[in-house]
Design a protein around this ligand. Structure first.
Ligand SMILES: *Cc1c(COP(=O)(O)O)cnc(C)c1O
Length: 414
């Protein structure tokens, strides 16, 4: 179907979806028809074409030798992971459950890595048996890994996840620097490396992840430059050569009015120097960045249907069948300090001008169940479809779906 781009309105940041007539298109299917195909609302829909397009854009902008990994906790839907496995160079998992999905999706174990604090002994054994790379975050993991390796007769492949001695600027979620539960403090890395050597674990390199949801290309590149600098320093204590250097990621997407998308060209250009330096210091190493939300976040929508239109003392409420139990982040209750509206549209009235200022709420008996507050939208009522954009990452799997015991929403990859 021939669509036209959906331009940014004053209400929201640009999204990559197209529209045709009054209908938003997901995977070329008009949203009303897609809702009928799914058979019920609410649901999540992810656009295959947009997932592929995003990876192509990254490949075109980033230095060619950078390997692109998908951090699948952003969206672990098996069909999405299967699609991503064919497009990217590796998968980052954060649990034994995610490891299963990645393996089922056909990911090459050599290109799967596993990070996270508090990995259970069972998960560590599973990881060794699968032959994946384990990002060690605590000395506690080392004896479990060497025991598993001896028992199974397979090498335990490890990298050290480092908690750097610097912080990244502009990241909404900082995951490195200062005191953190993530990674091994720089000051303790040498002793962990010594134990890795003594236990004959297969050391492959370092993992440095400074933070998440960053829209500033310069601070992303600066964090990567410092990560390489740090890796050079730490490699002096390594038991063998560095074969893998994970520089983190943290590429963000715009959620709120006024946020500018990340300048991908600038990020790519800034990374040229970082990559050259890493190449010089670690000629044999794979250089990796791992991205979650940047790969999938903008390719997904959450769709719900208006069931009631109420006017309370002059204010219009569009009451939908969906809400925070499915899309917690859009309600403002997933790590936001000040609640701001995600981009929202009436998916079957895309051509119509914004006519009235309304609040879009869900069916839950709590005032927190809010999808849009005082937002200008086309006049809409029961039967119309509310679409929440930027819902491809940390949506379905990051929401309290059993809260109030409504059915879980289907997910479709279109
Ligand atoms: C969550 C996480 C990511 C992905 O973060 P995004 O903001 O989705 O890109 C990458 N690496 C690690 C180690 C993570 O924990």
């Amino acid at each position: 179907m021939k669509g036209r781009p959906l331009t940014a309105s004053a209400q929201h940041a640009p999204t990559p979806f197209q529209v045709s007539g009054n209908e938003l298109l997901v995977g070329d299917v008009p949203i009303s028809r897609l809702a009928a195909r799914v058979g019920r609302t609410p649901f999540y829909a992810y656009d295959r074409g947009l997932l592929s397009q995003r990876v192509s854009e990254l490949r075109a902008a980033l230095p060619a030798e950078v390997c692109l990994h998908y951090a699948m906790k952003a969206n672990p839907m098996p069909a999405v992971v299967q699609h991503m496995v064919r497009l990217v160079d590796g998968i980052d998992v954060a649990s034994g459950g995610e490891l299963k999905i990645a393996l089922d999706a056909g990911a090459d174990p050599m290109e799967i890595s596993f990070a996270g604090p508090g990995k259970s002994a069972d998960e560590l054994v599973q990881a060794v048996a699968a032959g994946i790379l384990i990002n060690v975050e605590s000395p506690r993991e080392l004896p479990i890994l060497s025991d598993a390796s001896a028992r199974l007769g397979v090498p335990a492949r490890v990298a050290v996840r480092v908690n750097p001695d610097f912080e990244i600027k502009g990241s909404r979620m900082r995951m490195g620097g200062g005191s953190k539960q993530f990674g091994v403090d720089v000051e303790q890395v040498a002793s962990v490396l010594e134990e890795i050597g003594a236990r004959r674990l297969e050391f492959e390199g370092f993992h440095l992840f400074a933070g998440s949801q960053n829209l500033d290309a310069r601070s992303i590149c600066e964090a990567q430059r410092r990560a390489v600098e740090l890796a050079i320093r730490l490699a002096e204590s390594a038991p063998n050569t560095v074969k893998s250097l994970n520089l983190g990621g943290g590429f963000g997407i715009p959620y709120f009015p006024g946020e500018q998308p990340l300048d991908l060209q600038a990020a790519g250009e800034g990374m040229q120097a970082v990559v050259a330096e890493a190449r010089r210091a670690f000629p044999e190493a794979k250089l990796i960045i791992e991205l979650g939300r940047y790969l999938v976040g903008e390719a997904g929508v959450y769709v719900c249907r208006i069931v009631d239109r109420k006017v309370s003392r002059g204010r219009v409420f569009l009451v939908t069948d969906g809400g925070l139990h499915h899309q917690l982040a859009a309600s403002g209750n997933f790590g936001q300090v000040i609640r701001r509206n995600y981009p929202v549209a009436i998916g079957n009235r895309m051509g119509a001008p914004d006519l009235e200022t309304v609040s879009v709420v869900g069916p839950l008996c709590t005032p927190l169940d809010l999808l849009a507050e005082q937002m200008p939208l086309p006049a809409a009522g029961p039967g119309d479809l509310v679409v929440v954009f930027q819902s491809g990452a940390y949506g379905y799997s990051a929401s309290p779906r059993d809260f109030l015991s409504h059915p879980h929403p289907p997910e479709v990859l279109v």
